[in-house]
Design a protein around this ligand. Sequence first.
Ligand SMILES: [Ca+2]
Ligand SMILES: [Ca+2]
Ligand SMILES: [Ca+2]
Length: 815
Amino acid sequence: MALMAMAMVCHAQGDLRLNDLEYFERRGVNVLVFSNSFNGGFNDEKNSGIEIIHHGVRTVQGGAVRLNNTPEQWDLVPKMTDRKVDRDAGTISVTMRYDDYNFDSRVVATAKGKAVEIAVYLDSPVPEKLAGEAGLNIEFLPSQYWLKTFTMDGRLGRLPRYATSMTTTRPNSEKPRQFKGFRTYDDRGTGRFVDPLPLETGHRLSMATDDPSRLVTITSDAELRLYDGRMLAQNGWFVVRSILPKGKTGKVVTWTVEPHAIPNWTREPNIGFSQIGYTPEQPKVAVIELDKNDTPQQTATLMRLGEDGTATAAYTGGITTWGPYYKYNYVKFDFSQVKQPGVYYIQYGSTKTNDFLIDEHVYDKITDATTDVWVPIHMNHMYVTEGYRTWHGEPFKEGYLQAPESDHFDLHRQGAKTETKYKPLELIPGLNVGGFFDAGDFDIETGSNINVVQNLIRTWELFHPQRDETFVSQEQRYVELHRPDGTPDILQFIEHGVLNLVTQAEQIGHMASTLSNSVLDNYHHLGDAASITDGLHYDPSLKPYEVSADGKRSGTPDDMWAFTTRNPSLDLQAAGVFTSAARVLRGYNDALADRAQKQADRLRQEATALQRGSRFRRDRQADADNDWLTGTGDGNYRNVARNLQTMLDSIPMKDDAYRQKLRPAVEQYAEYIKSFDKQNPYGVPIGLGNWAGVNAVLNFGITVNYAHIYYPDIVTKDEVYRVANWLYGCHPYHNYSFVAVVGATRPKQVFYGNNRADFSFIPGNVAPGLLFRKPDHFENYDDWPFLWGQNEGTIAGNTQYIIFGSSLKNIVTGK
Ligand SMILES: [Ca+2]
Ligand SMILES: [Ca+2]
Ligand SMILES: [Ca+2]
């Protein structure tokens, strides 16, 4: 380890060089050139193109030929058609294409001393339609640059904390096409779109001249324009841009970009530990993430804070090496032997963590924020209030229209036939009842809502939580947080979810795929959900923005749509959940239980008939499950992980023989759990996808918990803390808890909730977590909420967390 660290030091001191992972590197600076390419996946592209990881933080991205001054989420992104790395020449060249305009360009990045030259080459001139629109862009992260100074050709400026620069409007005909022809804006009948004007223009720009860790200088013969992307969208970045010249080919624009490097910079150790603390008897191991140039300490010390505020050493122990994982080195500090309740912190070299508890009760409240605050705030079609604050009024009073044939910006599709008795754009009565907002957006994803009800039913049947902190009145369409009303909240949440789902089945005849926005310009809504639509029925006989004399209809096409293409497997899922719901609701809301049972029977019958052709596939699956159980198949870890939970769930209904038969599978699962200790230093499944994947971690946690409950001799109690440690702070990048407000000392502070424009959170939200950027970088911004892949929480994931947290609490307290 020491030898490797020294080798890194020797060559990292000099100029930018192209490393084995195909990016430019010098100590403190990584310049990535399309290691992550634009993929159009939900068109959220603040993760792609030329990127700079500057002293450990990805502060610059989006370097590419773009068609807008400040591209938004649904603006076109270029498709990378080729990427060549020439190690001898020290260049990375990328060709990109806009199919919509038959426009190809090539960007070549070359290390030149401490700078990188970025040049755009064209084989044919910029197409007429894009002349003056296509340019070389690169984007700077606002939260790392605002309030800092910049200079343009020596003129001084300060980057604004909030968007307050200038804009102009231009005819819509001049706007480059947006994704699938959708529009992110409502032009209010003006026929014009808003275009930001530059804050500054010139030929030499230095960003953050007052902060050596963020200082980047760009020089060019072409005009550099500095824009504030937040003028159009709260998730916009600061953009530097040079327009490609008209009618030219060859090397048309050249920039020299020099990110400053702090001499001998070494990243501060990231000491991962559980922010909520530890019970006295549980394993307690901090995972310390170290810069590869850092030399590990020999020991670390657990310090104890006395009631008088003094700190004394409670335990000093050795540091053990785990080894390299992607770009950092990992060591561990095991302080399990400290069992005395108290307030502690970890001292590692000169790094001191915030404090945490060792106490029997640290897990007692881990689900309260989610059940008392996050879930009720996401109840759709209700007015939701808390103390002096209204979270939202009653949304979508005008109800939902039958979707016409359409593609959709949130990945839905309505086929040519409605498959209902309704005509396109006809009101489907009654759908504006019950249901939960999907995530950071406000649609009802039927599949997710089915998951939610399943999760809540599972929670209810397993734990019977009587907690009552929420007032829910379906009659008043009113929810108040922290006001008990005599009914357990989980039961009311189940009722609320079932109300929407059953109404879908009754009114539509089968399950909608989603109830979602009809126009993109209100899909990205940030604010009170009740103000997304005007609450008036859409009437195409009125002019846009016109309201009928009786005040009940408007010509604004903002009503939500129900997407009704029939999916028998979704109907079967719904039937399953309706049967369970009828069981749970019986005695509490008999009328709804009856409705649920009736729809369950009908949907099951109809969907089974529709699915007759696919029986073969289901039989094959049953055979595979059986092979795996009896050990005759090629059962692997993945199969074990996928199937074990279902089997564990059925244990209470089965006899002892079944429990015995399952033992070999649980033994295999115990090995699977341990296998993660070799895969990464944190001992949990770490996802590398575009969605950071807390769901996989929670699934893992739930299965580990149940394997322990039924087979404590095979899966020991020590294993159940893995996922808790990860969620509450023991993970890469930073050590904040991924659960909003949960994590006594340092929970994450920003999430991609519907209040993300306020750089805030909704208590109890669970972030997806660590987003992996190729080839070797994990990140989770805690000053920038807007990347859904790392900071959004979903209704299905957060109700899954309730099961995880409830089962963990029960294990810890021995119930
Ligand atoms: Ca959605
Ligand atoms: Ca209640
Ligand atoms: Ca309306």
